[in-house]
Design a protein. Structure first.
Length: 268
């Protein structure tokens, strides 16, 4: 007899994940929750031969849970659903990566994630009294800041999707196909919430120095000189690094492909 569905849902809704995972059916409930979209649940019901036509959409998840289909069948359905979604992203992945390389400057413009509205209210709505100055600030300051905010948010979002797919493609990982709080995938029945952060400035330089390797920027510049790829050496190092990385990645030669493969392997 499975644990009470509503009791598990209450733990989930209240964010009591420790208690949820301690329950013998907690992980199973989370896996089932990952296919909670109505159409997915109906497809799953068809797969296991469970009637659902008289079941309201809001009760469908509980209906399936109480039937308790096998873990093996559930996981197989989840993997198949993921592969359908993944195929669409994979077809577009090279294009997406090439688009990401076009962002040369990462600058929030003073507007930060999770505080956009508050920043605007504090610095413009409550601070400026003149209608003329307000509109001038919108055109000359806020417009530029908003562009930076949207670009940085866009750049944060899509690499996270790509990185998450790297994990989900592994055979030991069970993907989550829908939205589940604090769970992106399972490894050996343990749920993981993937967090992506920025590579620390200088960290790779320290590692390369310890290995007796030259700085990455030096390697990129030397390759570009050998291949006749133009670059402006007077640009700031961070800007130049991003530019050369993009140019070499997109350069149509066997030497460039081999260089980038070795470059990425060193970072791995």
């Amino acid at each position: 007899m499975p644990s009470d569905f509503n009791a598990l849902r209450k733990l989930y809704d209240n964010g009591q994940f420790v208690d949820l995972l301690r329950n013998p059916d907690g992980v199973y409930w989370l896996k089932l929750r990952s296919i909670s979209r109505t159409e997915q649940l109906r497809q799953f019901c068809q797969r296991i031969g469970l009637g659902y036509k008289d079941v309201p959409a809001r009760q469908l998840l509980a209906h399936v849970y109480n039937h308790k289909p096998s873990k093996k069948v559930l996981e197989s359905f989840i993997r198949e659903s993921y592969q359908v979604e993944r195929a669409k992203r994979k077809d577009n992945e090279n294009y997406l990566i090439s688009q990401l390389y076009q962002m040369k400057v990462f600058d929030w413009g003073g507007l930060y994630q999770n505080s956009l509205e508050q920043t605007i209210v504090d610095n413009y709505v409550k601070k400026i009294q003149s209608w003329k100055k307000l509109n001038s600030a919108i055109e000359n300051e806020l417009h530029t800041s908003m562009r930076g905010y949207v670009q940085c948010s866009w750049y944060n979002h899509w690499p996270s999707i790509i990185i998450e797919d790297i994990f989900k493609d592994h055979l030991a990982v069970l993907p989550v196909t829908g939205l589940v709080k604090k769970v992106d995938f399972f490894i050996h029945d343990f749920p993981f919430d993937l967090k992506v952060t920025y590579f620390p400035d200088g960290y790779m330089g320290v590692l390369r120095k310890a290995e007796g390797l030259r700085p990455e920027l030096t390697e990129l510049k030397n390759f570009c000189k050998r291949e006749g790829i133009y670059f402006d050496a007077d640009k700031p190092a961070s800007v130049l690094f991003s530019e050369l990385l993009a140019k070499v990645s997109e350069y149509p030669s066997k030497a460039a492909r081999e260089f980038m493969a070795a470059f990425k392997a060193t970072r791995a």
